[in-house]
Design a protein around this ligand. Structure first.
Ligand SMILES: Nc1nc2c(c(=O)[nH]1)N[C@H]1C(S)=C(S)[C@@H](COP(=O)(O)OP(=O)(O)OC[C@H]3O[C@@H](n4cnc5c(=O)[nH]c(N)nc54)[C@H](O)[C@@H]3O)O[C@H]1N2
Ligand SMILES: Nc1nc2c(c(=O)[nH]1)N[C@H]1C(S)=C(S)[C@@H](COP(=O)(O)OP(=O)(O)OC[C@H]3O[C@@H](n4cnc5c(=O)[nH]c(N)nc54)[C@H](O)[C@@H]3O)O[C@H]1N2
Ligand SMILES: [Mo]
Length: 765
């Protein structure tokens, strides 16, 4: 094992290009989402990148019962109402990004050094096309060079075998990985002897899982898609479905049309929650669209605990509104403490904390408190704060007051991100596996799986930084850009002896590396996966616990690509000498083992072949049983968060534009918010811009403040926008340089990327 500390061969690589967007144009934000423009943009992206024939065959297969699962979001597909085109604009972009005809060959790496590539934008890196052959960056080399699959696996096997302990290796996963690949991957890590299985969930919905498991005994959502047909109130909080889950807008539109109240809680009034024009309806193409939210509450960033407490307080104070006393008595604990706390909390503090007036909170309470069936949906707007777990538990309190669990049209709906992030967790991708899982995995495979907790994403980065990790392997994803504290994370990766990326597309994590680095190119969702027994399909689990098959049919981007299960099996063979060729030859053999290890997967191979797959059991949803320690759902009491924001400082939230998939940048437009040809922008209230003596368009730097440390992100332009005063928003991943590695949510350790304390200065250079 090479000692990499203090090495001199450090390859210079830019971790985040910080160049002002010269072409930036700012217009008004749009009045409605969807419509003909959504169709045009989606189809243009597909045809430009894939060509007509490939685009048509890909788009006709997306989210069809026998096709592939859209690599975009985890929103479920309707069982009986699928249309020929069951995809959205951003799904079409995701498919085009993977299905592109552009290719990165060994000549590309011979032409461009790693340093040169690192100066390019993320958009440019993605545009270069699909990775086609395994590549090695040797110690001290400036260019990647081709390596055979055999040599690549031998190298990894050698490095893993040389470790003093398996805990010196880290196995990261991004949420696009199939159930089959994820299951083999965690088995490999655990057979090696470690639970170091951090994943993108640690930066995503971890807070939801922890909050819900404590409060109601399950970490998964408690609604199915058909519940949306029966709800009379839907709350969408801290989520931007128009961009990140566009197919959800059809569900919301149907609900709005039948008179269901829809409440949006968001510092920004997102276009998708204002109006929607269904692109597959005539009136969607030509009309002005359906109004979606009946009430919009422009909460301050991180003001959600105060707001949700305010709504509960107003509910309990209103004589005409009832709580579900019968449910509360039979199924819950902690109601009296909750009520006492709400009584003791002053309206002044709630209004100040949330930025919402008492009257608005009372309006919301009268809708919510009289609902017979309410669903609350949420995403990253709630999960990435210091008090993220409290945020979500306040939603659970709200749902518990009305007894909105275990009955039609009601429940909790954490809307997941990556298309199989929920399934990966079900398969055991988790740094803290449950004892039951460890036991059944050990019994099935005849070894002692480790019980000691491994590293989550932030802990893994800290351990790498401290030189405690020698080998980093990533099954998908782009850690250096997705993780907080970009410069720190980059340094952490550089401290590894070997970094390995199993990827479809080039990204910054291929350029900021350990002493040696490997790129292992793999098949994507859209592509045919041939193994010794024939064409294979994989399975995924959507946001609502439905497991179904996904089979790509496009020609693979290169004959050299391997499937993720095949790559994981070869890694295990190289490091442990195990032979998993039977499982890789026919994925049914993997699914048989999953069925014996993971609860809810009995007859997996039969049920996964049913047209719409099958639904995993969920005690809360199906039986109104709350599997907590006391078998009761828990009301929880949280104090009001108090961020220490000085007079001249702002709270910054980092969000996605309409033209990106996490760190993959599709384009430079965020058209719903009126942004064109640029990404380095900061949305600020016009009065704040004026009060600081700035003007819209001014170039500025952002400086974050945490524990006496400062971090700077350079060269953004100010955009005047409807956002509460004292709050600003800017895009991820450009702002990740500002997020302190040690600023994480209580209990879930999720980076606090939605509430950073920053100041704003005139740009320095
Ligand atoms: N096209 C596309 N689809 C995607 C993704 C993508 O990047 N592109 N990413 C996928 C992934 S991994 C995920 S996790 C999801 C993410 O989906 P979202 O959670 O919708 O993504 P964000 O852009 O982070 O949006 C958070 C929303 O929360 C609001 N918000 C910010 N701070 C606060 C706050 O303090 N309180 C409240 N109430 N709201 C706040 C923002 O204004 C924004 O509307 O989408 C998935 N789908
Ligand atoms: N500031 C800030 N930071 C954030 C967030 C935020 O809101 N604000 N959001 C966080 C969230 S919610 C998430 S989920 C993380 C995302 O973190 P990651 O999951 O690590 O990042 P992605 O950008 O989704 O990963 C994209 C890469 O995955 C690879 N890829 C795509 N498809 C496949 C495939 O089928 N197989 C394989 N092997 N590789 C594939 C491609 O090479 C692509 O470049 O970022 C987090 N970071
Ligand atoms: Mo996510």
């Amino acid at each position: 094992m090479t000692n990499v500390r203090d090495r001199e061969q450090q390859i210079p690589a830019c971790v985040s290009p910080e160049v002002l967007d010269e072409q930036l144009r700012v217009g008004p934000s749009e009045a409605s989402a969807g419509g003909p423009e959504a169709v045009r943009v989606g189809l243009t992206a597909s045809v430009e990148q894939m060509g007509i024939a490939r685009a048509v065959s890909a788009l006709l297969e997306v989210n069809q019962a026998t096709g592939f699962d859209c690599p975009g979001c985890a929103w479920p597909d309707p069982d009986d109402r699928r249309s020929v085109a069951e995809f959205c604009e951003n799904g079409a972009k995701a498919v085009a990004e993977e299905g592109t005809r552009a290719r990165i060959t060994p000549e590309f790496f011979a032409r461009h050094s790693v340093e040169e590539l690192s100066m390019k934008s993320d958009l440019w890196l993605g545009q270069q096309g699909r990775l086609t052959t395994p590549m090695l960056l040797s110690a001290g080399a400036r260019h990647y060079e081709p390596i055979s699959w055999t040599d690549a696996f031998t190298l990894i096997g050698r490095e893993l075998k040389a470790l003093a302990s398996a805990n010196e290796a880290v196995f990261y996963t991004s949420g696009r990985t199939s159930n089959e690949a994820a299951f083999l991957y965690q088995l490999f890590a655990r057979k090696l002897g470690t639970n170091n299985l951090p994943d993108c969930s640690n930066m995503c919905h971890e807070s939801s899982g922890i909050a819900m498991t404590q409060a109601i005994g399950t970490g998964k959502g408690t609604v199915s898609l058909k519940d949306f047909d029966a709800a009379d109130c839907i709350v969408v909080i801290g989520q931007n479905p128009g961009t990140n889950h566009p197919r959800m807008l059809r569900t919301l539109q149907e609900a709005a049309r039948r008179g269901c109240a829809i409440i949006s809680v968001n510092p920004l009034e997102e276009t998708g929650l204002k109006r929607f024009r269904h692109p597959q309806e005539l009136r969607g193409l030509f009309g002005s669209g359906t109004p979606i939210a009946s009430l919009h509450l422009p909460v301050r960033i991180n003001g959600d605990v105060a707001l949700l407490k305010g709504i509960q307080k107003a509910w309990l104070e209103s004589p005409e509104l009832r709580v579900d006393s019968e449910f509360i008595k039979r199924h819950t604990e902690g109601f009296d403490a909750l009520r006492a706390n709400l009584e003791a909390t002053s309206w002044g503090d709630l209004v100040e904390g949330s930025g919402i007036t008492q009257l608005q909170m009372r309006d919301a309470a009268s809708v919510i408190g009289s609902s017979k069936a309410m669903i609350c949906c949420w995403a990253m707007g709630l999960t990435q704060h210091r008090n993220a777990v409290a945020n979500i538990q306040e939603i659970i309190n709200l749902l518990l007051l009305g007894g909105h669990f275990g009955r039609a049209g009601a429940g909790a709906c954490p809307v997941r991100g990556h298309s199989n992030v929920q399934g990966d967790r079900t398969m055991g991708i988790c740094e803290r596996p449950s004892l039951e899982f460890v036991r059944s995995l050990s019994a099935e495979f005849g070894f002692d799986a480790p019980c000691a907790p491994g590293f989550n994403t932030v802990e893994a980065i800290e351990a790498m930084h401290a030189g405690k990790v020698k080998v980093f392997i990533a099954l998908g994803g782009n850690l250096v850009s997705a993780a907080p504290d970009t410069a720190y994370t980059a340094q952490a990766l550089r401290c590894c002896g070997l970094t390995v990326q199993v990827s479809t597309k080039l990204n910054r994590s291929h350029l900021v590396t350990g002493l040696r680095a490997l790129i292992l190119p793999c098949l994507g969702r859209t592509e045919r996966d041939m193994q010794s027994s024939g064409a294979q399909f994989v399975s995924v689990e959507n946001s609502m616990g439905v497991v179904h098959s996904s089979q790509g049919r496009l020609d693979p981007a290169s004959e050299h690509l391997r499937s993720e299960p095949a790559i994981v099996a070869a890694l295990a063979h190289a490091a442990l000498g195990v032979d998993w060729s039977v499982m890789v030859g026919n994925y049914d053999r993997i699914r048989e083992r999953i069925a014996r290890v993971v609860p809810g997967f009995d007859d997996f191979n039969v049920r996964v072949r049913e047209r719409n797959g099958f639904v995993l059991p969920n005690l809360v949803r199906d039986q109104r049983v709350f599997p907590t320690a006391t078998m009761k759902a828990q009301f929880t009491v949280h104090s009001l968060p108090r961020l220490q924001v000085r007079q001249e400082q702002f709270i910054l939230t980092t969000i996605r534009s309409h033209d990106q998939y996490n760190t993959t940048i599709y384009g430079l437009n965020d058209r719903y918010r009126g942004i064109h040809q640029g990404r380095r922008v900061v949305f600020m209230n016009a009065q704040d811009i004026a009060a600081r003596g700035f003007a819209p368009g001014d170039p500025i730097d952002l400086i974050s403040h945490h524990n006496g440390q400062q971090r700077r992100a350079k060269n953004f332009r100010l955009v005047a926008y409807e956002i509460p005063r004292g709050c600003i928003a800017s895009y991820f991943p450009e702002t990740n340089v500002l997020i302190p590695i040690d600023s994480v949510a209580e209990s879930s350790h999720t980076p606090t990327s939605k509430s950073l304390i920053v100041s704003v200065e005139k740009a320095t250079a």
